[in-house]
Design a protein around this ligand. Structure first.
Ligand code: ZN
Length: 342
């Protein structure tokens, strides 16, 4: 009897082991057998008609003497005009520097589109746009609710200055659809860990909650701060409505000139997404294109592929998004993330 029971148990174990082995074999052999996993690519640039857009240069984080900046609003605005910017937001700490005509701006004389906003600064610093909220409030929830109530949009600034956990950020991005992005370049890259955090966040939130990356001067001093990183908006016409839509939908990329204030001499001409592949076509000279995502094993931002085309079906077990970096002798373009759904 004892022996029978023992043998029965042994037999059972063998069956379980075999079933598990068959499942494992099936799972790993499916690509060999010709099964393909459906991949859906979420392209932030999908709605862009590349034949009819223009490229607009934007700085969305700027200080004046109204808070801790060195210069008057008029000097700051004129300096950005001189440097061929198309879009500017004055974001004084907890202050609403608006309307610009109060600071001597004649709108008829400028093509520069003015975005109203502030930098909410008693919380994790936050860029607040398209609304008049300016407050010493210290609760992020209250601030983000107030911005939302005013139909404004928000971006977390220089996350590298804080020691917030990833879950802290996740909570706000999931809760507030008007919190559209994160600043991943500040001045001449004061916080290089900002991209690592961005990639980690994207890994946690893509493709359902995209977080757009912004690059800004955080301008206090014209000489040292102006012209290190800017956002290139991809729009048919430069209007406040279009800018707001582009900020919400990720219709822009970041540019980092190698030398301060150097103008851009290469552009993304088109983004083509077909099935599981993304192809960038670039106008002008560039050295290489890297496709970056978060590697969960090394816990770092890593280059997954190079070249102007990537097929994400090669990486689906490794990542749920990918973003591109176009590198030239004169500067670097950073695209928004492409989500991968499978
Ligand atoms: Zn600032």
């Amino acid at each position: 009897m004892m022996e029978t029971i023992f043998r029965f148990k042994k037999f059972n174990k063998t069956i379980y082991a075999s079933i598990i082995l068959i499942i494992i074999l099936l799972a790993f052999s499916s690509p060999i057998l010709g099964y393909e996993i459906d991949v859906e690519l979420m392209n932030p640039y999908q709605d862009i008609n590349w034949d009819s857009i223009n490229y607009y240069k934007a700085n969305l984080h700027t200080h004046t003497r109204r808070s801790d900046g060195f210069h008057s609003p008029l000097t700051v605005i004129n300096e950005y005009r001189k440097n061929n910017y198309d879009i500017l937001a004055l974001t004084d700490h907890n202050k609403y520097t608006w309307p610009w005509k109060e600071y001597g701006i004649n709108y008829k004389n400028t093509k520069l589109i003015a975005i109203d906003g502030s930098e909410i600064s008693n919380t994790h610093h936050l860029g607040s746009y398209f609304n008049d909220y300016a407050s010493n409030e210290s609760s992020e929830n209250k601030v983000l609710s107030e911005i939302k109530r005013r139909d404004g949009i928000a971006v977390f600034f220089h996350p590298g200055r804080y020691n917030k956990k990833i879950d802290w950020y996740k909570y706000y991005y999931k809760k507030y659809d008007n919190l559209v992005g994160i600043e991943v370049f500040n001045k001449n890259d004061r916080y290089s860990n900002d991209r690592k955090l961005w990639d980690r966040l994207l890994f946690e939130l893509m493709p359902d909650y995209p977080v757009w990356g912004f690059g800004n001067d955080d301008m206090h001093n014209i000489t040292t701060d102006l012209g290190w990183h800017f956002n290139v908006f991809l729009m048919k016409a430069n209007t406040r409505d279009n800018i707001k839509k582009a900020m919400v939908n990720g219709h822009f990329y970041i540019y980092n000139p190698k030398k301060q204030n150097e103008s851009m001499n290469f552009f993304i001409k088109e983004v083509l997404v077909e099935n599981s592949s993304i192809k960038l076509s670039v106008k002008g000279n560039y050295k290489k294109i890297e496709w970056i995502a978060y590697n969960t094993i090394t816990e770092r931002s890593e280059v997954f592929a190079t070249g102007n085309k990537v097929d994400v079906s090669d990486y689906i077990y490794k990542t749920n998004y990918v973003r591109a970096k176009v590198i030239s002798e004169t500067g670097i373009i950073y695209t928004q993330p492409f989500g991968i759904k499978y």
